[in-house]
Ligand binder design. Structure first.
Ligand code: SF4
Ligand SMILES: [Zn+2]
Length: 115
């Protein structure tokens, strides 16, 4: 599925975070382990179907919370670990991720009414 710049950036960010997390927790020298591949696929599918797309807020501020509880917890653990370790290898993605929390949080019902 083709996506806009914002969603593409988020896909790159979560992939980079997952690579850091997997390297340090699962000793994966090349690519992601099976468990992390599954989690990354899941997170990227969430981004593909996110109803906000280019207006997407930070997921932790979102009113929809489309993640299943267990997947949300696993993704949070990855972000908690990898977030502070992103700055040196991925400064631009890291800055974008930090700024995302200041983005306005759209309301889903208001968006539907506007259409
Ligand atoms: S939690 Fe909200 S912002 Fe994040 S992908 Fe799901 S719907 Fe989109
Ligand atoms: Zn892994």
């Amino acid at each position: 599925m083709s996506s806009g710049r914002r969603i593409d950036r988020e896909k790159k960010t979560i992939a980079a975070m997952m690579a850091i997390y997997c390297r340090d927790h699962h000793a994966s020298a090349r690519g992601l382990c099976q468990e992390c591949t599954g989690l990354l696929d899941y997170a990227q599918r969430r981004l593909d179907t996110c109803p906000f797309q280019e207006e997407k807020p930070a997921c932790n501020l979102c009113e929809v919370h489309c993640y299943a509880a267990a997947m949300r917890e696993r993704t949070r653990a990855v972000m908690r670990y990898a977030g502070p370790r992103m700055l040196l290898p991925h400064p631009i993605l890291s800055l974008g991720h930090m700024l995302d929390k200041w983005r306005p949080v759209p309301r889903l019902k208001a968006r539907k009414r506007d259409r």
